[in-house]
Design a protein around this ligand. Structure first.
Ligand code: DX5
Ligand code: ZN
Length: 219
């Protein structure tokens, strides 16, 4: 099953509860929660308190993408704020094994993400220990950027690596995905699709339906 994970970064915050209900009612299964620290990426976004407060607004899986330096420092507060999946950046962790172990200790699923310039091979020592790979298709930091085609090769490479090891882990892709290119990332091997602008800019209901109509064509 293909999963749509709308990125809350582009939502209308004055009606956030309604936005979450709209995406859920129209087929999204996750809400992707982009955390930025002004260090690992230039922007600042939101922390665990807002995550905690949106929990009752939906039954969506809370998919937390930590774009922060040394995310091991913040696993506990995000887990306690009801994160279901916590994704960290390989580039941001001095000890990725310890970070993965800590996410598991708190009962969350583990994602590891790589930026566009980081090779897929860097993930190899960790894939057996994680639930999801996140391939960034833009430089992390801002919504609304243009999709980088290098991500297609990287998704295919990640999928081949996972299949060769007989693993069944998710491959998520994030950045610059719209109805016109979502099929390219699905065909390359991604099964969890993050989309911010494509879902929340304009009519959230119509946008979610349009994305889901495409995702539902795939197994
Ligand atoms: C980028 C974030 C993305 C981004 C996606 O740093 O991780 O989740 O908000 O937004 P769009 O779909 O607008 O590229
Ligand atoms: Zn993200």
């Amino acid at each position: 099953m293909m999963i749509l994970a709308p990125s809350m970064l582009s939502a209308d915050f004055k009606v956030l509860g309604e936005e979450l209900k709209t995406i859920e009612d129209n087929g999204a299964k996750y809400v992707h929660y982009d955390v930025m620290d002004g260090m690992f990426v230039p922007s600042l976004s939101f922390g665990p308190a807002i995550l905690q407060s949106i929990r009752p607004a939906s039954n969506l899986v809370h998919d937390v993408h930590l774009m922060i330096e040394e995310p091991i420092r913040y696993i506990e507060p995000f887990a306690k704020a009801s994160a279901d999946i916590i994704t960290v950046h390989l580039e941001a962790c001095e000890d990725l094994d310890a970070t993965i172990a800590k996410i598991k200790e708190y009962g969350c699923k583990v994602g590891v993400s790589i930026k566009p310039a980081t090779p897929v091979s860097a993930l190899e020592p960790y894939v057996e220990k994680i639930d999801m790979i996140l391939i960034m298709s833009v430089e992390p930091g801002f919504g609304g950027q243009k999709f980088m085609p290098v991500a297609l090769e990287k998704i295919a490479e990640a999928k081949a690596m996972v299949d060769a090891k007989g693993l069944n882990i998710d491959i998520q892709v994030d950045g610059g995905i719209y109805t016109h290119n979502v099929e390219d990332v699905i065909k390359a091997g991604a099964n969890i699709i993050v989309a911010g602008s494509a879902v929340f800019n304009g009519d959230t209901e119509a946008n979610t339906k349009a994305m889901m109509e495409i995702l539902n064509r795939y197994e």
